[in-house]
Write a protein of this length. Structure first.
Length: 102
């Protein structure tokens, strides 16, 4: 397995339970993070695929078969590198743990 970074690597640490954050703030942050995990094409299903050569994680299985170029960097998608089996939301993007398809 390998880790592919998408976006800047700065872990989100909003949910510390401090007195200055409200429930509404926490709920907004959860919704934002859930949005990062949604397919960038249909915006409904969870991201499960990543592509070469850019290694961006952006598509669900249904939308992934229709993709020819990455909607994030616009590079041509040559092949599917692996199936995403774990995704960590990070500030500005996703960190994807892949199971390589050999």
């Amino acid at each position: 397995m390998r880790f592919v970074q998408h976006g800047p690597y700065e872990l989100v640490s909003k949910f510390k339970g401090n007195d200055s954050s409200t429930i509404e703030d926490d709920l907004q942050e959860i919704q934002k993070l859930q949005g990062l995990l949604r397919c960038k094409i249909c915006k409904v299903r969870r991201v499960v695929l990543t592509y070469l050569p850019c290694c961006h994680c952006f598509a669900c299985e249904d939308c992934g078969t229709k993709v020819q170029s990455c909607p994030i960097c616009l590079k041509n998608c040559a092949q599917v590198q692996g199936a995403v089996n774990n995704i960590c939301a990070i500030n500005g993007g996703l960190l994807c743990q892949l199971t390589l398809l050999l």
